[in-house]
Each structure stands twice: as C-alpha cells, then as structure tokens.
Design a protein around this ligand. Structure first.
Ligand SMILES: Cc1cc2nc3c(=O)[nH]c(=O)nc-3n(C[C@H](O)[C@H](O)[C@H](O)COP(=O)(O)OP(=O)(O)OC[C@H]3O[C@@H](n4cnc5c(N)ncnc54)[C@H](O)[C@@H]3O)c2cc1C
Length: 115
C-alpha cells in the first residue's frame, strides 16, 4: 500500500525507444541481494519533487530472452538523487507539472523492491 506522504514517479520510456517498451535500454543487474541499475529515462513527470520511483528496467538482456516481452522487471524504490541525475526539460507549455530526463548510474535497489 502506498503511504500518502510518499511522492512517486512512474519511469517507463527511455530515449530512442519510447512506446517500443521491449527495446528499453535501462539495465538492472543482480549482484547478491541487490540490483545495480544503469540507464536513462525521459519525459518523467514530477521527478523534481518525487522521493519514490516506479522503474521499469531490463533484468535479462534482450539477446538472452525467448520473447522480447520477457526479462523486464518493475521496481518500486527510493529515488536516490546521489545515483539519479534529474534534469528538467524546458517546455513551452504545461508548466504546472515538471518534465524531466533521468540519468541513472549505479542506482542500488534492494531485491525486495522488485515487484
Ligand atoms: C509531458 C510528458 C510527460 C510524461 N510523463 C511521464 C511519466 O511521468 N512517466 C512515464 O513513464 N512516462 C511519461 N511520459 C512518457 C510517455 O509515456 C511517452 O511519451 C510515451 O510512452 C510515448 O513515447 P514517445 O513519446 O517516445 O513516442 P514514440 O514511441 O516515439 O511514438 C511516436 C508515435 O509512433 C507510434 N508508435 C510507436 N511505436 C510503434 C509501434 N511499434 N507500432 C506502431 N506505432 C508505433 C506511437 O503510437 C506514436 O503515435 C511523458 C510524456 C510527456 C510528453
């Protein structure tokens, strides 16, 4: 159950793949009791204020799965700004909600945060 105080963002699309979700490049590699994530996300709303992230990442490389829809995992975890660089995208309109590009480098996700 989500606690009301938490401010989550959904982070699905990656640059150059967009709606073609099975091709996303963000990779989560299992190391012991955690995943290490590297990749990019784009058009992520409210990441300026969020403290949680619902992150879609590939946990098995595309070349190693039988079907492209396999090997993707969803994580609900802390938006750790030491490992996620949140860059706001300048827009002409829709300014009430911030839009962002996320650069993820070495984000550590405890195994229990995998959904
Ligand atoms: C202001 C804004 C805020 C957003 N906030 C969030 C957010 O908070 N969290 C989040 O996860 N995402 C967010 N998004 C991302 C949004 O979900 C993506 O823009 C969406 O997934 C589409 O990806 P794309 O823009 O790269 O379009 P593309 O994937 O480039 O698609 C462009 C067009 O091509 C068509 N198309 C694409 N692939 C195919 C295909 N295989 N077959 C046929 N047609 C196809 C599409 O229907 C579309 O018309 C946001 C986007 C915007 C613009």
């Amino acid at each position: 159950m989500l606690k009301a105080k938490k401010k989550p963002v959904l982070a699905s699309p990656t640059p150059n793949t967009g709606l073609n979700t099975t091709q996303l490049k963000t990779l989560a590699v299992k190391q012991g009791d955690r995943y290490i994530v590297k990749g990019q996300k784009v058009w992520i709303s409210t990441a300026q204020v969020a403290d949680k992230i619902l992150l879609l990442a590939r946990t098995t490389p595309l070349e190693e799965v039988k079907k492209p829809t396999l090997g993707l995992s969803l994580f609900y975890t802390d938006l750790d700004r030491n490992k996620i660089d949140v860059q706001e995208i300048e827009k002409m309109g829709r300014k009430a909600v911030d839009s962002n590009e996320l650069f993820i480098d070495g984000l550590e996700i405890p195994i229990e945060d995998r959904m």
